[in-house]
Design a protein around this ligand. Structure first.
Ligand code: GTP
Ligand code: SPV
Ligand code: MN
Length: 591
């Protein structure tokens, strides 16, 4: 039975049902009883596997199709009415043409299936910043994931019905169809507040509240409405005085957001009383608060985190978050005790196991058991270091914004921009090696401005403009930094230990944001001196090594500047003059 009399919602659901022709329509009320029933159906259909109820209570394993294991950027479209509003970094097609093309694929796609209607909210629905959406899907896996990743059900639809404009919701349509790679489309129509996804059953392609809505559509809404939707983690650092200072950090996919968001301070910091609190691990919505600072909320309710490499040493808080009520996707099924495993969990791959494809697996043959982009979907509230501000409707005030990527060379461990405009330049020139989070080659350096290349819902040149304009409107803006945890030595090993020790760098960053730490000028911005970053009780890094990590190689940076010119040329007239000026300044500084 429909959960609402909302005419806009009902007529849209009817229209989509007429096209997709499901046998049945089920409204998701968000109750535990309904979710339990769906789990039973999904188990019976073999779509999910129940894991060991003692060791992993409420946990399930799911395997996606072998051809469907990551986001597909080449099949992701921003269909704004005018191509120039989608821009050179997005795929585009005329909306009418795209709708027509997809209608053919959607017609009858849910025959013999059930359509689930999921009302969802990004951030707590009672927050003045909440945005509502409805996802229609024929996948129970999607329903179960959305129940973890967003707030869903009756609570949400009531808030939408009571809103100023009950027709103001994002219309998301997902159909698995035949999981046909050739006909896979992930399409955003920003002006229609609409998302159509077809022929995938994998995470980021189908959990429409996440990248499709909370970044692509929301970045478009943010520009129109004067706020920002960013691919950023949010964390609070509590210092020994008990004061908590917040930062947001944008790193590309699989470059360390989840890890940084819940890091465990090194012992020497812990003993002094430092604590880290996680507010979010992937997406931040940022608004100017009444006090003139920039405030951030995490629109999501869960973590869709990379499994490989997660262990009790690298990220115990993430691992502990997954010990109950978690859905694992494309990891190893350990048949010895009906649990899960992935590369980097521990040094003991199970002897009796199935790999991510569900095949008998022997680790000794050298093959990977878990897919490199295998993931866990876990409720954020289960994270041992979740912030008490996680659901605060007003969010948290941000003192520092950090950009960063995977760069084997060039980018130093950390540097600070001279001011907001220079900070926007630093974000716009971000580059990073590609990872398994998206299909395609891994390890290729590409420009990924603000970690938003795959997620910006409009012209990237206009996006830079929006950043610059926001800076002028924020009376007390955060300071902007860049970090690189991934510099390697000649043998390709990471030089910086990373993970918990990244707090040593964050400590300097916060010191700078609050005018308490020293820096020196360099051609690229402010740098710490080696003595400004604490190496206390860190035996593997000598002051000389640290100095090396902080060095700026002018020859490499000149090459970098040439690359930036090439990248900027894409944006033509839409490239803000301020960024051209910053590039000229960089070149002048390099001599
Ligand atoms: P998405 O969920 O795709 O957006 O990824 P993410 O940015 O949250 O990345 P995540 O924290 O899951 O880390 C991805 C990979 O980077 C994992 O294999 C981590 O082990 C590794 N990693 C994270 N932090 C560090 C670090 O400080 N140093 C090194 N060397 N590796 C790290
Ligand atoms: C990312 O790729 O940045 C992710 C995973 O967070 S996905 O939801 O698949 O986009
Ligand atoms: Mn992400």
């Amino acid at each position: 039975m429909a959960l609402t009399n909302n005419k806009a919602v009902l007529s849209w659901v009817d229209e989509m049902a007429a096209m997709t022709q499901p046998d049945e329509i089920v409204w998701i009320d968000g109750s535990e009883a309904q979710l339990a029933d769906l789990r039973r159906q999904s188990l019976a259909a073999g779509e999910i596997i129940a894991l060991n109820p003692e060791k992993l209570p409420g946990c399930y394993l799911h395997r996606t199709a072998v051809n469907d294991v990551a986001r597909v950027e080449h099949r992701t479209f921003i269909c704004s009415r005018r191509q120039e509003d989608s821009g050179p970094t997005n795929n585009w097609m005329e909306p009418a043409e795209m709708y027509a093309k997809l209608r053919v694929l959607y017609t009858g796609a849910m025959k013999g299936r059930t359509m689930y209607v999921i009302p969802f909210s990004m951030t707590v629905p009672e927050s003045p910043f909440a945005k509502f959406g409805i996802e229609l899907t024929d996948s129970i896996y999607v329903v179960l994931n959305m129940a973890i990743m967003t707030r869903i059900g009756t609570r949400v639809i009531k808030c939408l019905d009571a809103a100023k404009d009950p027709a103001d919701f994002t219309k998301g349509l997902h159909a698995k169809a035949a999981i046909d790679e050739e006909n896979r489309y992930i399409v955003q129509f920003p002006e229609d507040n609409t998302i159509w996804s077809i022929n995938s059953g994998y995470g980021g392609n189908v959990l429409l509240g996440k990248k499709c809505f909370a970044l692509r559509i929301a970045s478009y809404l943010g520009r129109t409405e004067g706020w920002m939707a960013e691919h950023m983690l949010i964390l609070g650092i509590e210092n020994p005085n008990g004061e908590v200072r917040y930062l947001a950090a944008a790193f590309p996919s699989a470059c360390g957001k989840t890890n940084l968001a819940m890091l465990i301070p090194p012992d020497v910091y812990r003993k002094k009383g430092y604590k880290v609190w996680c507010v979010g691990d992937d997406i931040a919505w940022l608004r100017i608060g009444p006090d003139g600072r920039l405030w951030a909320v995490n629109p999501e309710a869960g973590f869709f985190g990379v499994a490989p490499g997660t262990n009790m040493k690298s990220n115990p808080n993430a691992l502990l978050s997954t010990k109950k009520n978690t859905i694992f996707t494309n990891v190893v099924h350990n048949l010895e005790d009906n649990t899960v495993w992935w590369e980097g969990l521990d040094k003991n791959p199970p002897q009796n196991a199935l790999n991510w494809k569900g095949e008998k697996w022997n680790s000794a043959d050298g093959s990977k058991g878990a897919h490199p982009n295998s993931r866990f979907t876990a409720p954020a509230a289960q994270c041992p270091c979740i912030s008490d501000k996680f659901e605060a409707p007003e969010g948290v005030p941000i003192s520092a914004i950090i950009f960063g990527g995977r760069r084997a060379k060039t980018a130093p461990l950390v540097y600070q921009s001279r001011d907001w405009q220079h900070g926007v330049f630093v974000g716009s020139i971000m580059a990073s090696e590609t990872t398994a989070a998206a299909s395609g080659a891994v390890g290729v350096v590409r420009r990924d401005p603000m970690a938003m290349l795959p997620f910006c819902g409009y012209h990237m040149g206009d996006y830079f403009r929006h950043w610059l304009d926001m800076g002028k409107k924020i009376p007390n803006p955060p300071k902007i930094f860049n970090v690189n945890w991934f510099r390697t030595d000649d043998e390709g090993h990471f030089i910086w230990p990373g993970y918990g020790d990244n707090l040593r760098v964050l400590d300097w960053i916060m010191g700078r944001a609050f005018g308490e730490a020293e820096a020196v000028t360099s051609p690229i911005g402010y740098l710490p001196r080696a003595e400004d970053i604490s190496l206390e009780e860190l035996d593997d890094v000598s002051p000389a090594t640290l100095a090396g990590l902080l060095s700026v190689d002018k020859a490499l940076w000149k090459e970098e500047a040439a690359g930036i010119h090439e990248f900027y040329a894409k944006f033509g007239d839409k490239l803000p003059g301020e960024l051209k000026d910053e590039l000229a300044k960089l070149e002048k500084n390099l001599g």
